[in-house]
Write a protein that binds this ligand. Structure first.
Ligand SMILES: Nc1ncnc2c1ncn2[C@@H]1O[C@H](COP(=O)(O)OP(=O)(O)OP(=O)(O)O)[C@@H](O)[C@H]1O
Ligand SMILES: [Mg+2]
Length: 237
């Protein structure tokens, strides 16, 4: 495509190169404030305006709500009304929408609730009771971080009980087991589940994976330095 496209103006040579590499998923790793979001938004504009790519085929994910809002605002300015057909959002918002639509094979009905930090803690307290464990000796907050870390590497309670590397992780695995059960009984997921279950679903269900691979021919991820294993796998699928 021509170097005179106005979308390429106002970019430094490295940014220009990234914007112009139009094939395949793009992963931008660069320091804060160095122009990552600028590269991604200009690349999307370049695809839509100069290459005639349908906005419907583009998925752009960010880590924070703030970054997603910023991305959306900048795209509205660069692409205009067609930006409404782009899929732009956080990893978590994308996964929530995805699971409401496709979550049945991983045991989720479309009306599941998403539990916040407080909901999680009360569920962990109940799980401690069920496991006959003392919350004073096993602080719920600490157990929650162990569970969250396990989920971020796609590990369920069985995995944690097998691979636990300390007494506390072993105890946490017992709590995690009840916690999983309570979530499922309440038709609920926590924040980490949104990612973990999306990855699991895409790995296990070929037809679903193919459907989304076919729809989203262009994938962009902003703020990749914050990305955990579950997010990284999701982007790779
Ligand atoms: N080539 C450039 N010429 C002029 N201004 C630029 C250029 N690249 C980026 N900027 C400006 O620098 C600021 C930071 O850019 P941007 O938000 O894209 O960076 P970022 O790496 O996404 O930052 P953050 O780490 O905060 O998300 C913005 O105001 C942007 O408009
Ligand atoms: Mg940014």
């Amino acid at each position: 495509m021509t170097l005179t496209s106005d979308i390429l103006e106002g970019l430094n040579p490295e940014q220009k190169e990234a914007v112009e590499s139009i094939d395949g998923p793009l992963l931008i790793i660069a320091g804060p404030g160095s122009g990552k979001t600028r590269v991604i938004t200009h690349r999307i504009a370049h695809l839509v305006r100069d290459y005639g790519v349908s906005p419907y085929r583009i998925l752009s994910m960010t880590f924070t709500n703030k970054a997603a809002r910023e991305m959306r605002d900048r795209l509205e300015r660069l692409v205009g009304p067609r930006s409404e057909s782009l899929t732009v959002g956080t990893f978590h918002s994308f996964c929530a929408r995805f699971l409401r639509r496709e979550g049945e094979p991983v045991g989720l009905s479309s009306s599941f609730s998403i539990y916040d930090a407080d909901d999680q803690l009360s569920l962990i307290k109940r799980s401690l009771q069920m496991a006959d464990l003392d919350p004073k000796q096993n602080p719920p907050q600490a157990i929650r971080s162990v569970i969250s870390r396990a989920k971020s590497v796609m590990m369920d309670s069985r995995g944690l009980s097998q691979h636990g590397q300390s007494y506390f992780e072993e105890v946490s695995a017992r709590v995690y087991h009840h916690y999983e059960e309570l979530l499922s009984r309440n038709n609920a997921v926590d924040f980490d589940d949104l990612l973990m279950k999306s990855v699991q679903l895409l790995q296990e269900q070929l037809a679903v994976r193919e459907k989304y691979q076919q729809r989203y021919q262009y994938l962009m991820v902003d703020e990749f330095q914050d990305t955990n294993v579950a997010q990284y796998r999701l982007a790779g699928l």
